[in-house]
Design a protein around this ligand. Structure first.
Ligand code: NAP
Length: 420
């Protein structure tokens, strides 16, 4: 395959799909992996992560042939467009890719490129593992209790939200339709109003919850919690819960037990060899992750709840500089950190690349390079435990050594070589 906007490396081979439904890949020793540096601090964290990932691949007897792809400011500079079709195509064809953050203008300007990428690629699950690395400062007393993985729906809810602006003809037509034809009375205040709708579908919910349950079963996790606001929005958030339970009950036989009683009523007893599927209302869940941290494992959430909750969980294990993520579709993985492009630090060689590095570790796990992924995690932990950290952690650690982004990456690589 040749592209106009992407230079294919001379070395390396493409990852191929053996079975799309079973998510089975054939990964060569030197795969071609697309990398999108991104905007703002993407220019700092992406090359740092690239070096660390290469070092981990080589330390485990493999290599990576990186292929630069472009979106956002880099694509505008080179090709005068925000998201070239070939960027999307290259990710789809190579099956795994890693990206830095992309800036989204607030209020006006172009639509989020992150949302466009996730929707076009149909990477319907945004997966964010939240675990504590020893030595990372945390605002809670027992950050080590946090070991959760959130599966956030990535294509609908507010990502597919439709809005009409106050004062426009369109919003007045929607208001009339709701009041005159749908019988919605006395709900909308008089005067200017913005109106939005959000879809949550059976298809979108079930394929997400399936991924979460499959993950829990494969990784020996105890529970999957459906997090929703179904007490208020019965036909969207409530339906998410109901369809989630339906998948659990209809597709997994004895492997899954649906259980919605409080943990104490069972004295914390976990049925052996079965994953418990339960549900929690989103606002309660935001405090449960603080007060009963160790009781939660895997979470499945609609888009907006997932955004809030995974950032809140991320704060408990050291903040955005640490929190990794990845978007999964069928036989497709696009890894990316949870954080954004933090434009005020762009190009300063200052911010923490751990989130981007650990996102790469998720990508390696997906490629069945678990030894390389573990090496990366151990090397980050060893570096942080020795108090060699970037500014964000340095301000919370007494007596630490403050490193630049590139110096921290070099320290992680030293540890990879030592631990390998
Ligand atoms: P942000 O870029 O994540 O930055 C918010 C704050 O988080 C930073 O000021 C910094 O806090 C801390 N932070 C973020 N990344 C860090 C890192 N690697 N190391 C250390 N600290 C880090 O959030 P934002 O300012 O709300 O968003 C900026 C732009 O990014 C927006 O255009 C937004 O739409 C976009 N965004 C993109 C993605 C994505 O591409 N997936 C995700 C989220 C946001 P301190 O200043 O307190 O140290």
């Amino acid at each position: 395959m040749t592209y106009d906007t992407v230079e294919v490396p001379d070395e390396g081979e493409r990852i191929r799909v053996i079975d799309e439904e079973a998510d089975e890949l054939d990964v060569p020793e030197t795969p071609i992996i697309p990398i999108l540096y991104g905007d703002g601090i993407g220019q700092d964290v992406s090359p740092a992560a690239q070096d660390v990932l290469t070092a981990a691949a080589r330390a485990t007897g493999r290599d990576v042939a990186w292929m630069r792809i472009y979106a956002g400011s880099s694509a505008r500079e080179l090709y005068d467009e925000n998201l070239p079709d070939e960027t999307v195509e290259a990710i789809r064809e190579h099956r795994v890719a890693i990206k830095g953050p992309l800036t989204t203008p607030v209020g006006s300007g172009y639509r989020s490129l992150n949302v466009a990428l996730r929707q076009t690629l149909d990477t319907y699950a945004n997966v964010r593992p939240t675990y504590h690395l020893e030595g990372v400062p945390s605002p809670v007393s027992h950050p080590e209790q946090m070991d959760m993985v959130s599966f956030r729906e990535n294509t609908e809810d507010v990502y597919a939200g439709i809005e009409w602006e106050a004062g426009t003809d369109e919003v007045e037509r929607v208001r009339s339709f709701l009041e005159d034809e749908m019988g919605v009375e006395e709900t909308i205040h008089d005067g200017p109003v913005g109106i939005g709708v959000k879809p949550i579908s059976e298809h979108g919910t079930k394929r997400l919850v399936r991924q979460a349950i499959d993950y829990a079963l494969e990784h020996g996790r105890d529970s999957v919690t459906l997090v929703h606001k179904g007490n208020i929005m019965k036909f969207t958030e409530g339906a998410f819960r109901d369809w989630g339970y339906e998948v659990a009950e209809e597709e997994y036989g004895d492997e899954v037990i649906t259980e919605n009683t409080l943990w104490e009523e069972r004295d914390g007893e976990q049925p052996e060899d079965a994953v418990v599927v339960n549900d929690r209302i989103a606002d309660n869940m935001l405090q449960q992750v603080l007060t009963r941290t160790e009781q939660y494992d895997v979470m499945a959430l609609p888009n907006l709840n997932g955004d809030y909750l995974s950032d809140a969980c991320g704060a408990q294990i050291g903040g955005l500089g640490i929190a990794p993520g990845a978007n999964f579709g069928d036989a497709l993985c696009l890894a990316e950190p949870v954080h954004g492009s933090a434009p005020k630090y762009a190009g300063e060689d200052k911010v923490n690349p751990t989130a981007m590095i650990l996102s790469g570790a998720i990508m390696f796990e997906y490629m069945d390079w678990s030894d390389a992924a573990q090496l990366i995690k151990d090397a980050c932990e060893a570096t942080i435990s020795s108090k060699r950290v970037t500014y964000d952690l340095h301000r919370q650690i007494e007596g630490g050594e403050k490193l630049a982004t590139s110096e921290y990456a070099a320290a992680v690589i030293e540890n990879i070589e030592e631990l390998a």
